[in-house]
Design a protein around this ligand. Sequence first.
Ligand code: OSB
Ligand code: MG
Length: 370
Amino acid sequence: MRIERIEVRRVGLPLLRPFETSFGRTTRKEFLLVSVSAAGVTGYGECVADTDPFYLPETLGTAHHVLKDFLAPMAFALEIAHPRDLAGALSAVRGHEMAKAALEMALWELHARREGLPLYRVLGGRGGTIAAGVSIGLQDDVPALLERVEAEVAAGYRRIKIKIKPGKDRELVAAVRARFPELPLMADANSAYTLDDAPLFEELDRYGLMMVEQPLGWDDVVDHAALQRRIRTPICLDESIRSARDARQALNLGACGVVNLKPGRVGGFRESLAIHDLCRFRGVPLWCGGMLESGIGRLANVHLQTLPGFTLPGDTSASARYFAEDLVDPPVTVSKAGLIAVPEKPGIGHEILWRRVEQATSFREEWRRA
Ligand code: OSB
Ligand code: MG
């Protein structure tokens, strides 16, 4: 099979509520939607690169450039027997995992549609439901945070993650823990601290957090290993793991006890499957992260986390927490029991609302095989 056409659109959706982390505040989700066509079928992938390089180095602009000038030509030149063939061919490009992932995930989605199968089937997952967790951004004050946590617990979510940053850490964790003594709770720092802050994390040990996510440098595992030796709470790595090799080395160094897997962050599904298999084989708890995706990327995450190695609820929550109107019909919903139904129709399994995609598109470009 040869890829015949690749389309990218820049899509923008206002967020219902601003989302704030230690690295910034977002009020609008802007992303590239990648469509790949071959053999009369089109598949879709959502690029998770942000407009700015504050989470990881890639941006929407770099993803567009690398897709257009390097990845698309390489993909057009390749005879593809299976979507797993693509990642190896793209590995000549160093880094740019989010750009690679958008293309590779679109190809897996195309493959699933072509086979008439839900995406989870071609990935090796199962049907049914997945457990949903939420990520709550930094709020203006403690009462506002408690109100958000209360609402999400009432909505049925099985695990709550709160964001922390220097100056907004111990009192947030203490307040949520005091109000919800038994809640499966964790905190994500998005690389806001250094090893000098180890005493803070020693202090947080007393709150029985499930884990503390990415406390130190985005490109560091060595200091995380040093911190992990000083605290009982497992460290979960997000930003630092951009490949299966990163995951293996982090585990070998003792830099983490839990892994957050975002397929967009690691170059796509093939690398995700390698990380999944590694964690499963080694008995390391694994969960699927989120990047405030529209329904298209959100559903890809739903399918991925039906694989057996995903042992903890992830950051995949309902469309209605983010958007007044999602781009898929039906939107992603969460039951009172905190579960998301895994779609059974081909590909991502929910209809894409092209009228809405069109309205949200500010830029569109397509490339064809020469
Ligand atoms: O660190 O997991 C993160 C959102 C954007 C960038 C990084 C992160 C996040 C989240 C939100 O925590 C997860 C979601 O609700 O999609
Ligand atoms: Mg994170």
